[in-house]
Design a protein around this ligand. Sequence first.
Ligand code: PMP
Length: 386
Amino acid sequence: KPFLRQTVLDVEESRIREVANAGLGRSDVLAFWFGESDEVTPQVVRQAAIDSINQGETFYAHNLGMPELRQAVSTYMSTLHGPIGVERLAITSGGVNALMLAVQALVDAGDEVVAVTPVWPNLTAQARVMGADLKCVSLKPQGGQWVLDMDALLAAITPRTRLLIVNSPNNPTGWTLSRQEQATVIAHCRQTGTWILADEVYERLYYAGDTANGAAPSFLDVAEPDDRLVVVHSFSKSFLMTGWRLGWLVMPSAMTHAMGKLIEFNTSCASVFTQRAGIAALQHTDQITPQVVAHLQQCRDTLVPLLQAVPGVEVAPARGGMYAFFKLAGHPDSVATAKRLVVEAGLGLAPGEAFASEAQGWLRWCFASQDLSRLTQGVARLKAWL
Ligand code: PMP
């Protein structure tokens, strides 16, 4: 027998960390490698957690989340997507925990799972940890933009496919499914009996401006409540709360009881003071989220034209998310390039290879920077290095 489960030994370590480690402890590196804003969580949210701790709320909570927070999430989601009752919701310890719970609930060893790539590596790694037989359907790059070949995706999803994993708006490419495409995918998955795990943590970070609610198209807008659909959300991005570890998932109500059991065995519950912070965030969403989105759009619109003007760079503005994903001509090995950029240029980017083998030669730049001049400086370093 292997020392540990072979699947765990085989899962690749994060290539983003590998690059970041090359620059650890160097204060002169402009780091854009991780997917988070450098802006601190709003004061009103932090204060709610402080008050909760001061009131002695230091005990276990409900597996599925505090009723007040589930109600607040229900109200928030219903405003965006039509009625979504508390019986379809679970509060989780971050989006990544919600994703893992969904995969634990749905995937047995040997089950076939289809994932749309490039994608944030945790989504494929989690399925691999469960022993899934993973099949990737790649988006295709076209002039710096990545597009879906719908026929290829539908051909890959057969009655043998247990689960489809799709992240839209997408990390790292910014690709976003249209509502029509979502309707096509869900109709097909109903035929094949395939579950959909939709990672929609970036739904509010959407810049195309072509939807009534301002958010990216969601599978929830085209699904029935009892469809085989789990949608994952997070407080991390829209509320500047990455370090708090708070998220939620939307599922068919018939799944909720089992999800409560799984949460008991994983984390038992999200901490109460964190959930109080989540309630405050949702109460103030109209003040917090539009500001976050407007600033990120400014970041995108600062960075992308500068990158487009660099010879050899191919990039298109992301429809959603917080990343510029670009191809750099003449630099096919993205991990080697990213490491050289750290050491030789003081510029920290994530290698495309971390997200899919077909993204070799691409680099991801998280543009969520409070100070726009850091983006300008970063491009100057890239140009000088080239
Ligand atoms: N999904 C995607 C696509 C992400 O990029 C991230 C964060 N990088 C997450 C989920 C998870 O975020 P968190 O665990 O902080 O909620």
